[in-house]
Design a protein around this ligand. Structure first.
Ligand code: GCV
Length: 666
């Protein structure tokens, strides 16, 4: 389909498709029981018309009711759950049923996906209900237009202290809704300067406009809050949650905010973390902090999403007892059960910070009486910054599949965050968004698979990473089997390749401080962030066992014992949990040091292979996309070589042990 905009339409480009017998359903479309003036229904209809025209050249007409014979009907079915849709094909007619507009919208996107993938709809039998109640994107966009950890240009929400509302806002909402996103946090969790003023008259009109656009796509707007806002916006000179004046200030503030943005979903809060203020400053608990706000937003149906990324970021590397990995659990576990029912604790997937491999946070399922939400990072901060290819859905999947043993039976992280474990409704998944105002939204065209994949996975946690990759490739490029297989292969291998040439066996870090791209083995080793690898001339790894920091005991059994034992610990996490000599023998029959050498050489070879695969697709991928990705691969290769050489040289010089294969190590 022709696109005159300065940005692409990604998987919603609706280019011509082979008609797998689908066009015949859509001459007339009947809406039965739905108000066709409702903004969500209007958007669903507009999307359907646009997709059908682009992909199949069909221009349907809209009718209120009365399907007889073949056609497509959208019917209201009150038995459906909220957001659910059912699709069936009976007597030559395609029927989409839902109880609400969101169900219709998701059903329409499902149909368009089938058409884009050239799958016949007459075999369609689907009952689809999202697994996770909340499926959110967190933007770390700042009001000056920069994006914290953004690798795709500037913000399309903010520029020079102003909020932007334009056609791109609508396209963003379409893309997000098409993969089932139902909540968006607009601004960075580090709320400073002008962003503190987002909850003032200065910005209400624009924020309300965005909230309205989003609402038409089933998305609720959320804002990140500065916990010290009372002090910065002319209120009391305190942010103590138990101070009556502070609460009174917030009460008035929320009355104002919800009067101006009535459909606001609530707030995301980063407190007591990395210099951000919070309840600890006043000797209060995290629950005190969250509950004060939660009580005050409750009358408006608001929720408070409270992040658990609370740790001491001024550590001393000589201190071997303080362990950053322990911090989230230590700071929150005592408060389990103390939170109001409209508070959700948002927990990063790992206890450190979005490394290419780390253990799953023991808080997930560690808490059993508190609403929990999983936070992952689609933005590739530590995972290649959208220069290097790193498809993150396998990593997200691993986290979801992790068995927490918090209760007998339904105890995986997927169970916990979908509400299956504890029967709660306020839970789900959030991803730090990887988007920006680059024409292709995500810097690297292939990184859009992480945006797409996150939404699809949060909606249906049982989908495999491979299925999602194939869908994304088919919708974005074409349904050519060979092409899809090649792209799926590239995506599926990319995380392990990245892991191979960066930091080994779960140890993480070793990145250039601050920027977090490229190697610097000791960059964080002697700094205050608590991110150590503890390498010396004998060995490497952090001892988090009973005889070390004791972190392993934060897990339920049998996970705790498994991680505690060097023999039973999953090998990919060995150095996350254990400090081991370079001569330690791995299950592969290789020593630890040889594994480091080999994996780093392999990582580079795999990037070279990826480039060959990409080159074999020349002519079958639109030229612009081909060239852009080819250029990124070149930079990835440079990065991979740099990592290989720095890591190998570092460990060769530390250990004095030769590479058995005699390769060049500096
Ligand atoms: C938004 C890491 C990142 C920070 C980020 C922080 C967080 O430390 O490097 O940029 O701040 O995580 O998640 O709050």
């Amino acid at each position: 389909m022709k696109n005159d905009k300065k940005w692409t339409q990604l998987w919603l480009s609706y280019n011509t498709r082979r008609d797998a017998g689908n066009g015949r359903f859509f001459g007339e479309v009947f809406f039965d029981g739905f108000d066709t003036q409702d903004p969500i229904i209007q958007n669903a209809w507009a999307e359907l018309s646009r997709g059908l025209k682009g992909m199949l050249g069909v221009e349907p007409s809209l009718n209120k009711s009365g399907l007889s014979g073949s056609g497509f009907a959208v019917r209201r079915l009150t038995e459906c759950a909220a957001e659910e849709f059912r699709l069936s094909c009976k007597d030559g007619s395609l029927v989409l049923e839902a109880a609400d507009g969101k169900g219709v919208l998701y059903g329409v996107f499902h149909i368009l996906r089938q058409i884009a993938l050239e799958r016949p709809l007459d075999q369609a039998q689907a009952v689809c209900r999202p697994d996770d109640p909340l499926r959110m994107l967190n933007h770390w966009d700042n009001m000056d237009g920069s994006i914290e950890r953004g690798y795709s240009g500037r913000s399309f929400f903010f520029e020079d202290g102003e909020v932007l509302v334009d056609e791109r806002t609508v396209d963003y909402a379409r893309l997000a809704a098409s993969v089932g996103i139902n909540g968006v946090v607009l601004n960075n969790v580090n709320v400073k300067d002008q962003a503190t003023w987002l909850i003032t008259d200065r910005y209400f009109d624009k924020a309300a406009q965005i909230a309205k656009i989003f609402e038409g796509y089933g998305i609720r707007l959320f804002l990140s809050l500065n916990y010290a806002a009372p002090m910065e916006l002319g209120g009391p000179d305190s942010a103590d949650p138990l101070n009556g004046e502070v609460a009174a200030w917030w009460k008035e503030k929320f009355a104002e905010v919800f009067a101006r943005i009535p459909n606001l979903g609530g707030f995301l809060v980063k407190a007591d973390s990395e210099g951000r203020p919070g309840p600890f400053t006043y000797g209060r608990t995290q629950a005190d902090g969250a509950n004060m706000l939660a009580d005050l937003v409750k009358p408006y149906g608001g929720i408070i999403i409270w992040r658990c990324f609370v740790y001491n970021c001024t550590q001393d590397w000589r201190d071997r007892k303080t362990d950053r990995a322990r911090a989230g659990y230590d700071n929150f576990i005592q408060t389990d059960g103390d939170y109001r029912d409209n508070v959700i604790l948002q927990i990063k997937n790992g206890p450190m910070d979005f490394q290419i491999r780390e253990a799953v946070s023991p808080l997930l399922g560690g808490m059993t009486k508190t609403n929990q939400m999983l936070e992952v990072q689609a933005a590739q901060e530590y995972t290649g910054q959208q220069i290097d290819l790193c498809y993150l859905i396998p990593l997200f999947k691993e986290v979801l599949d992790f068995k927490t043993y918090c209760v007998p039976g339904r105890d995986t992280v997927a169970d916990v965050v979908s509400g299956r474990t504890f029967g709660n409704k306020l839970c789900g998944m959030a991803a730090v968004s990887n988007t920006g105002n680059d024409a292709n939204w995500t810097g690297n065209d292939l990184a859009a698979a992480n945006f797409y994949g996150f939404g699809r996975l949060a909606f249906t946690t049982s989908l495999s990473a491979e299925e999602i990759a194939a869908e994304w490739a088919g919708m974005t490029y074409s349904c050519d089997k060979e092409l899809t297989a090649a792209i799926v292969g590239l995506l599926m291998g990319s995380r392990e390749t990245y892991e191979k040439y960066t930091s080994p066996l779960g140890i993480g870090w070793m990145v250039t401080p601050n920027t977090h791209y490229g190697p610097s083995v000791d960059g964080y080793e002697y700094s205050r962030w608590g991110t150590y690898h503890r390498a010396d001339h004998l060995g490497l790894g952090v001892d988090r066992t009973d005889s070390g920091t004791g972190y392993v005991r934060q897990y339920h059994e049998p996970n705790a014992s498994r991680y505690n034992s060097v023999e039973e610990c999953p090998e990919e996490l060995l150095l996350f949990f254990h400090h081991l000599p370079y001569t330690y023998m791995l299950k592969s029959g290789k020593t630890l040091i040889q594994h480091i050498y080999d994996s780093h050489f392999e990582g580079v070879e795999e990037v070279e292979e990826m480039i060959r695969t990409w080159e074999s697709l020349k002519g079958r991928i639109p030229e612009g996309s081909y060239a852009l990705v080819r250029e990124r691969f070149e930079r990835q290769l440079h990065n991979a070589r740099e990592w290989r050489d720095q890591v190998n040289s570092y460990f060769y010089r530390k250990s004095g042990i030769n590479d058995q294969k005699g390769r060049e190590i500096f």
